[in-house]
Ligand binder design. Structure first.
Ligand code: GDP
Ligand code: GDP
Length: 433
């Protein structure tokens, strides 16, 4: 499981600059999807063989409230709570401020490992820049420059030191799907509807972190693992308390699954949060099935409105299958499984080089990539570079200027040729010159 690093600090110290630096490489992998909603507070990154999640607690503002001098914004507290490590950023050009001291105290109480980073230290003597911040009592301050990159790699390596290298892809040979969605859309009801009918083999196997529950079961003789982000079993104990939505938990469940099942509530408007969660699945490259839940008691007008809403807000999920279901009545669940199976097969498909190359040649013949000045990109051959999501690597010359629209045309062509319904697909280029 990827460790989560939270960036904390008062406004203007450079959190979002550092966030961008820590997540840039990964973002570049995802061709821009029109309409994709990104949440710029959560991102993926990696140093060497260590991947991580980063949370920018950007919205953090000090609150002065009736004698309570200071209270950290709720979101920041949740992020601190969920993180495996905290990077506390201060401004090396400003010196220690009273706010820094208050934040430092609060972080010390969190019980999480805290790393103190003194930012904007470019051009300064690092030791001197850092020295003043010892008084915060958080150990050795590390001087960095988020804007220029100085010291950033050392910082991240230090933060990640206790965490293991990425384990070789766990070989789960069956669909392992995460049921995701915002609170109250019907996730637990769906999980119960599924498990009510099936033979449960094991609850909660090892590797489970935070609050998601892992359940192995069999359906029509086939094994599945469900990752329940709503925590059905727990819910019963905490007497129906409305779950606190956790982005980190959702992202980790998506990462750990090979298929994501996104649950929507047809009796509510499709929300930005739905699109953001869908965006997480897409960025993680996971296969996706959408369950439009609560499809009971809707009149025709409401149904039409939901469909229009979905087309408008979730248009970037054109690769995914949508199912209208009622978890409460158990309707539509069987069909959902057909799509889960299909999406899983597509995500894990083996794409043979000769066929990939043949499809590529046909695609280019039908529509050649646009000229870039005097150069015409030359697409020579393709091979598979990975699965879940399938990655197709195209080799050739002058490939750097291929526009996104042409990449999407190729994606579409490969998707059709290999019947890759239900999974995102990535096309990458390798120029040999
Ligand atoms: P946030 O409010 O903590 O997210 O801070 P931002 O990332 O928005 O940065 C606030 C300001 O500090 C911006 O003008 C940045 O360009 C600047 N800044 C960020 N990092 C550095 C740095 O390493 N050196 C310098 N000189 N400026 C920086
Ligand atoms: P979660 O927070 O996403 O796990 O949502 P729950 O499963 O707890 O459901 C939230 C509410 O929606 C509960 O009152 C459920 O009874 C209700 N609900 C769930 N599925 C359906 C459905 O298919 N139809 C209707 N009408 N209500 C549903």
């Amino acid at each position: 499981m990827k460790p989560t690093i939270a960036l904390v600090g008062r406004p203007n110290v450079g959190k979002s600059t550092l966030f961008n630096r820590l997540t840039r490489s990964r973002d570049a992998l995802v061709a821009d999807q029109p309409g994709l909603t990104r949440d710029r507070h959560y991102g993926h990154g990696r140093v060497g063989s260590k991947p991580y999640l980063v949370v920018d607690t950007g919205g953090f503002e000090p609150v002065v409230d009736e004698g309570i001098l200071f209270e950290m914004a709720k979101q920041t507290l949740q992020a601190v709570d969920e993180a495996d490590a905290i990077v506390f950023l201060v401004d090396g050009r400003n010196g220690v401020t009273p706010q820094d001291k208050i934040i430092a105290n609060r972080l010390r109480q969190s019980g999480r490992p805290v790393f103190l980073a003194v930012n904007k230290a470019e051009g300064m003597n690092r030791a001197i820049a850092a020295a003043e911040f010892y008084e915060l009592g958080l150990g050795d301050p590390l001087a960095i420059s988020a804007a220029h990159g100085d010291g950033v790699r050392d910082l991240v390596e230090l933060v990640l030191e206790p965490f293991p290298d990425e384990v070789a892809e766990e070989k789960v040979k069956h669909p392992k799907f995460a049921v995701i969605g915002r609170p109250n859309v019907g996730k637990s009801t769906l999980v119960n509807a599924i498990l009510g009918e099936e033979r449960v083999i094991a609850f909660d196997h090892p590797g489970t972190t935070r609050d998601s529950i892992y359940i192995d079961f069999e359906r029509e003789g086939h094994p599945y693992t469900i990752i329940d982000t709503a925590g059905v079993r727990r819910r019963a104990k905490v007497d129906e308390a409305i779950e606190k939505f956790s982005v980190v938990k959702t992202m980790q469940a998506i990462e750990d699954a090979n298929v994501a099942v996104l649950v929507l509530d047809a009796q509510q408007d499709i929300a930005d949060q739905d699109a953001t969660i869908a965006g997480f699945a897409l960025e993680a490259g996971r296969a996706l099935v959408v369950a439009v839940n609560k499809w009971d008691n809707l009149d025709q007008e409401q149904k039409d409105k939901v469909k229009r809403d979905i087309a408008r807000k979730l248009g970037f999920l054109e690769f995914a299958k949508f199912h209208q279901i009622s978890a409460l009545q158990g309707r539509g669940v069987a069909d959902l499984f057909k799509s889960i199976d299909e999406a899983y097969e597509a995500a894990m498909a083996k794409l043979a080089t000769p066929k990939l190359t043949r499809v590529l040649e046909m695609a280019v013949e039908r529509q050649a990539p646009p000229r870039n000045g005097l150069m015409r990109p030359k697409l020579r051959y393709a091979h598979q570079g990975g699965m879940n999501p399938p990655i197709i690597v195209i080799h050739g010359n002058s490939l750097s200027a291929i526009p996104d629209s042409y990449t999407r045309y190729l994606e579409h062509t490969f998707r059709k040729a290999f019947k890759l319904q239900g999974t995102p697909l990535r096309v990458q280029y390798k120029t040999s010159e």
